[in-house]
Structure formats: C-alpha cells, structure tokens
Ligand binder design. Structure first.
Ligand code: NAP
Length: 248
C-alpha cells in the first residue's frame, strides 16, 4: 500500500548544477527523491545529505541514463521501494561543442544519446507507472538554444529542440490520463557546464540577455517546482523559457 500523503520524485542528473537545485527545491518531508548521476559520487552524496537536511528522503543511484537496461533497473527500484512515481524531471545532459564541419560523429552521438534518447527512455519508464496511477508530472530540461540555435552547438541544439517535440507529443498522448508534460528552456545558467566557457564568449552571451545577468540553478528550479505543483495542473505541452528574456 502506498501512502497518498507521500510523493515520489525522480530527477536525472541530480548530483550537480540545475539538477541538484531542483532536488533541493522539491525536498520536503512528504517527498522521496530519487536522483541519478553518472560518475561524481562525492557530489551525489552531498546532494543526498542536503535533501535529508531539508527533511526529505533521498536516494542517489549511479545510472547511465543513455543505457536502456540501467534506466529500467533504476525505475524498477523506484517502484519497488515506493510503489509510485509522481514526478519525473529529465535534467541530465552534456555538451560537446564544435563547429559543424569539425564535429565528430562520436560527439554528435554522445550528445543525442544522453540529452534526447535518455529522456525518451526515462519518460517511457515513468509514463507506464503514471498511466496506472492516472496522475503524473513530467518536465524536460531543454534550452533556449533548442529554440534559436547557436553556432558551435548543432548537436546540443538538435537534442534540445528534439526534447520540445517529445514533450509536446507526450503531452497530447498522456493528457487523458491526468499526466502533464512540459519543457523548461534555460538560457545561460551558472553551473559547471558553463564554467568552462571562455570569458569573452560568456560576456557576449550576457550582452544578449535583456535582464543583464546569467541565471542561477535556483531560477530554473523554482520554475520546475511550479510546473510540477497543483497550481500548474491546467498547463501541458508548454515550453517555459527561463533566460532573462534572451528568447521572447
Ligand atoms: P552539469 O552541472 O554539467 O550537470 C550535469 C548533470 O548530469 C550531472 O549531475 C551529471 O552527473 C549528469 N549526467 C551527465 N551525463 C549523464 C549520464 N550519462 N547519465 C546520468 N547522469 C548524467 O549541467 P547543468 O548545467 O546543471 O545542466 C543540467 C541540464 O540543464 C542539462 O540538460 C543542460 O543541457 C541543461 N541546460 C543548462 C544550461 C546552462 O547554462 N547550464 C542552459 C540550458 C540548459 P555527474 O555529476 O555524475 O557527472
């Protein structure tokens, strides 16, 4: 028997950056947060510690989200342990930037596998449980780049645009089962992913942001929290840009 007062949440890529901020934003005594990570075990342990400090339950599991068997084992464990799945946030992602003519096939494949195929695998597993419950909230972390493109990021932009098509199709398929599916499209957010950008490139990007600053992981997390809350129960198939106005 599951307790209706308990909520089970899955966040992919919860060890660092935006995923960690989402975990902490959603942590509360009613919530069991499952998150996965790829290799940063110490960072994952720290996310677990902070979720527990916020009064929540936390389980961080090493899982390569691009591998179907690992994803299946992850979701089996979630269902076995809690008997339900209320929220999925597909956040795990990577970038492998280069100009198109120099882009290696491996870098195209790695980005599409981790950013897009993995989101399909996770969403498919989650949808099966949510359909039985006739309730669910799914959020994909896309990017402003999926809407406007970016030189040097053809693979990344294609994967993030793909997530928007995936979210809208799933929203139409699952609406009758009480499941909403939306995408959040962050702009330039201060995380490890953007720390590697040269200052010149970052300054040029900030110049394109009407609000005049990069965003924080917490800016994105607050938007996700809204979309998975009851207050957003009439919102599905939407892309919410959190980019300081970079895209409008
Ligand atoms: P980040 O700091 O680099 O963190 C990436 C997270 O994804 C980590 O938890 C990492 O785990 C996990 N991950 C990577 N590959 C994985 C795999 N194969 N299997 C499981 N987990 C994996 O990135 P971020 O900036 O927070 O970005 C989070 C999401 O927001 C990404 O989808 C990114 O594309 C999107 N986004 C970011 C920005 C930005 O400006 N930062 C803007 C728009 C969209 P480990 O810690 O174990 O490596």
């Amino acid at each position: 028997m599951t307790d209706p007062q308990q909520r089970t949440v899955v966040v992919t890529g919860g060890s660092r950056g935006i995923g960690k901020a989402i975990c902490l934003e959603l942590a509360d005594p009613q919530t069991h947060l499952f998150f996965n990570y790829h290799s940063q075990e110490a960072a994952a342990a720290e996310t677990e510690r902070q979720i527990v400090a916020a009064g929540g339950k936390a389980t961080g599991i090493q899982t390569d989200v691009a591998k179907a068997d690992e994803v299946e084992a992850f979701f089996d464990r979630v269902i076995k342990q809690t008997g339900r799945l209320d929220v999925l946030v597909n956040n795990a992602g990577i970038s492998r930037d280069n100009l198109l003519v120099r882009m290696k096939e491996q870098d195209w494949d790695a980005v599409l596998d981790i950013n897009l195929k993995a989101a399909f695998l996770c969403a498919k597993s989650a949808a099966k449980s949510m359909m039985k419950q006739r309730y669910g909230r799914i959020v994909f972390i896309s990017s402003v780049v999926g809407a406007i493109g970016n030189p040097g990021q053809a693979n990344y932009a294609a994967s993030k645009a793909g997530l928007i098509g995936l979210a809208k199709s799933m929203a139409r398929e699952l609406a009758s089962r009480g499941i909403t599916v939306n995408a959040v499209a962050p702009g330039l957010i201060d995380t490890d992913m953007t720390a590697a950008l040269p200052d010149k490139a970052k300054d040029a990007m900030v110049g394109l942001i009407p609000l005049g600053r990069p965003g924080t992981p917490e800016d994105v997390a607050a938007t996700v929290a809204f979309l998975v809350s009851d207050k957003a129960s009439y919102i599905t198939g939407q892309v919410l840009h959190v980019s300081g106005g970079m895209y409008m």
